[in-house]
Write a protein that binds this ligand. Sequence first.
Ligand code: TYD
Length: 211
Amino acid sequence: MTGKFVTFEGIDGSGKTTQIDLLETALKQRGISTSILREPGGTRLSEKIRDILLDHKNMHLSLSAESLLFVAARAQLMEEKIKPALERDKFVICDRFSDSTIAYQGYGRGLNIEYLEELNNFNTDSIQPDLTFILDIDPEKAALRMSSLALDRMESTGIEFYLRVQEGYLEIAHRFPMRCVLIDGSHPESEVFELIMKVVNKKLLKEMSCS
Ligand code: TYD
């Protein structure tokens, strides 16, 4: 695999999507062939699974079923989109990836983290991102940012849940310092982006050929 693989993580309302849009624009301006994907989703099948996962009608979804559905959506995305794009030298940016399962289902829902890590390795062929940006934000602030939006099933879970998810992300950043960059997501968007671009330039772009 010769492409580059960057993931963005953080609790809902942490500002990932804005930063992904900015990064996509910057990469395209430099003529870098980019593929933007999101989780759960990104393929026809994975988007169907996304609908099940986020639908309020499915409040009774069991925690193990929830985990397996997230993992299934990722397995399909990996096979259909991520691997082929990396093989074609693309710069792949994914809005969430395996760390979300550890933070949300592991720390947030309290499921066994080692087991989830094994599942993640199994369904991604142990392919890891080259770089993961974790946008950290206080769950109360994130909730304020999202207060005008209609919340989906996951987002309706409550502040206690998000505090555990946030703690999970901090732990992940601590455990994988070579791959993860922890960024204060409460800073102005332009400052956050400046930092992201600096890291991308330093760690990834030097090695990439522009098309
Ligand atoms: P989405 O609307 O994409 O949220 P965001 O814009 O914040 O990324 O919904 C994805 C939701 O699914 C989000 O609440 C996080 C959750 N999620 C998990 O719980 N586990 C996972 O493995 C993934 C990929 C997402």
